[in-house]
Design a protein around this ligand. Structure first.
Ligand code: GTP
Ligand code: MG
Length: 255
């Protein structure tokens, strides 16, 4: 994406998630208020938008519409990234240096989560996003720690009858991320013992969430400054605009 646009200093939401989830559809809906035909993204897309009515930025709760500071606070940037497995470096490099990033919107297809392949793909990608947020927090040099970055799991395509409800998406993803975490740790141990003949690799910093034998829960990410919400929505409804009010409300809370 263009460097010039990136330096506006506006708060930025980074969109990530598997291919086909609806990131570009949501980006264009937020920018233009209409549903357009999308194609799988091969490069990131950066747009500037205004938080749509009636949503109010949290920073402006006590300001009135028409106040220039209120209008300014509604402006933000969305960076839409490609979800294809080979193109995720766009999202991960933005995560490595998250300048002005005030939130991550991880878009998933709520119907695809009901199938094992779709669930595992989303869980692996989300695991890696959360692990880089955790590392960013753990590696921070300042005593205050870096700015908190919240994550919205936008469970899209709720118009499909096969879509799972947000509560099921949450528990399925937590469980699948727990399995990814175990597999990664085992792979590290195997690789480590081959190298050193021992199994004392520094696994700790590659382990997402709390240590121990317990299961992974999104709430564990609070300790590293990341609050996670799962909210259902649908960008489209047939050829018409669907309902993503819950996502815009979440974005407003973080503006
Ligand atoms: P990549 O660019 O490959 O990472 O995918 P993406 O996340 O940008 O997905 P995109 O926005 O291109 O949407 C993928 C497909 O899902 C498109 O055919 C959209 O029309 C469709 N789609 C998006 N939102 C919805 C929705 O709410 N309901 C339904 N039924 N289809 C949707
Ligand atoms: Mg796209």
């Amino acid at each position: 994406y263009r460097k010039a646009a990136a330096s506006t200093g506006l708060p930025t939401f980074l969109l990530a998630g598997p291919s086909g989830g609806g990131k570009t559809a949501f980006t264009t809906l937020t920018e233009r208020g209409t549903v357009v035909t999308t194609h799988t993204s091969i490069a990131p897309l950066q747009i500037e938008a205004l938080l749509p009515d009636p949503h109010v930025p949290a920073s402006s709760h006590y300001r009135s519409p028409g106040d220039p500071a209120f209008e300014r606070s509604r402006r933000f940037i969305i960076i839409d990234t490609p979800g294809h497995g080979k193109l995720r470096n766009y999202a991960t490099s933005a995560l490595a240096a998250p300048k002005n990033v005030c939130g991550i919107v991880f878009v998933v297809d709520a119907a695809a989560i009901d199938e094992e392949a779709g669930l595992n793909e989303a869980a692996e990608y989300l695991h890696d996003v959360l692990l880089s947020l955790q590392k960013r927090h753990t590696n921070a040099k300042t005593s205050k720690g870096p700015k908190d970055i919240p994550v919205l799991i936008a469970a899209n395509k709720m118009d499909l009858f096969t879509a799972l409800p947000a509560s099921a998406i949450k528990s399925k993803l937590e469980k699948a991320i727990g399995a990814v975490r175990n597999n990664r740790a085992k792979a590290l141990r195997d690789a480590g013992s081959k190298l050193t003949g021992e199994d004392d690799v520094d696994e700790e910093k590659e382990w997402l969430g709390e240590g121990g034998e317990g299961s992974f829960e999104f709430d564990q990410m609070r300790q590293v400054g990341t609050n996670i919400d799962v909210v259902g929505g649908n960008v489209s409804q047939g050829k018409n605009v669907g309902d993503v009010a819950g996502w815009w409300a979440w974005m407003g809370e973080h503006l």
